[in-house]
Design a protein around this ligand. Sequence first.
Ligand SMILES: [Zn+2]
Length: 498
Amino acid sequence: MRAAAALLASALLLAACTSEQDAPPKPTPQVSPVPSTGTDGGGTAGPRGSGQGPSARAEGYSTPVEDRVYPDVGDPGVDTLHYDLRLSWDPASRTLDGTETVRLRATADADRFQLDLADPLRVSRVRLDGAAAAYRHRGKDLVVNEPVKQDSEHTLVVRYSGRPRPVPAPVRRSDFTTTGWTVTPDGGAWTMQEPYGAYTWYAVNDQPSDKALYDFTLRVPAPFVGVANGELLDRSRAGGDTVTRWRLDSPASAYLVTAAFGDFTMTTDESESGVPISYWTPSDRPDLLERVRQTPAALAWLEARLGRYPFDTLGILVVDSESGMETQTMITLGDTQTATSPEVLLHEIAHQWYGDLVTPEDWRDVWMNEGMATFLQGAWLAQDRGVSITDVMDSWAPVEARERTAAGPPAAYDPEAFAASNVYYGPALMWDDLRQRLGDEEFWRLVAAWPDVYADGNADYNKITTWWTEQTGEDLTGFFDAWLRGATTPERVSPVGR
Ligand SMILES: [Zn+2]
């Protein structure tokens, strides 16, 4: 998710600064992604259901946890593997009809299990492994009252219909106040759902530690078209409707899944490295298409530092919003000047490595996403403005101190202030401080190596900080704790006013 507008404002002030440029980062050599201590980034193949081998992860196996910040969402008893979502949207009545088939693994013996599904959607049928299943849908909890055994796998079919509504977001931000299914004045719809809200439009284990694969079939009256994550397999007409089929073959957390319906025009492009790119922009806004055509340049800048883009396709979807989000392989951007700016575009593409490929186990560690995406945004800005990276960080430092006081330390924030600036600026300054301690060569080599260690999976505070300590041979425990859990900003290697 993009940083608050203050970030952009402070960045623009830098245009007036002058300073020597940082040495360009070295190309990133290949680093073995397997951690030296045999933690679950590589390791031996456990039971398939353990979700921890790289190949099991690629098939959607996970180790779901209860969220420490938002425990009301998600159920660690369920590991969803694959969702097949067949969705029809009626722009006139604002009604969504869904037939959903979920393949899932039970993580423990239990008398029942549950998914999240918002109550404006009414369930008409639930089947488990081909037979009618007992269920109860109360509030946002869809409880399936059927016994399951640990590591048993099941197929659940849910039919539902209704007029979805977004839900309040636990934020104090100005660019959004709700998450989930959002209807536009012309009867279109789009969704952004960080930290939760996927459950406003399908039955889902709505917590980041449960990654799954997805297929979508989206139907809507023409000229509207349905857009989702992954590869567009097929687009056809059925009667007066547009029908699109999409496949996301990289496991995704629920918050990174998207579906949108609207009058979008698709334009294709390609990155320098051969990644197929598609732009989905409002048909009446050619200006927005021109703005997002910065994508290949942003991707090339990131690939020079992080290595090859981790997925098969990249899409940019522009919707009627003021915010933007790193939805997996199909980035969702608001249609404003800020949300479509080159630096926000770069920030969201950076998340494909930091956030989408490797994802926090729970929302306590959203700083893992936002800190690195913001640091990379700052590094790009520095180059763009002809200043040093540290100059950019200097300009952000006063905001970091203020935001840490207001919303708490980045890794121990106020749950009512999700994604406040504290999780952006502080960790960005931290990474720049570490860059200066380690030197550019080692720092950038490790920045590129980390996302592969838990590719297609999840990590947490201990995993990432331990990995940096192991890789550098320096005990960085106190360094990370001070930056991420401290009440005040640590003294920087290059403090403001240097
Ligand atoms: Zn972000």
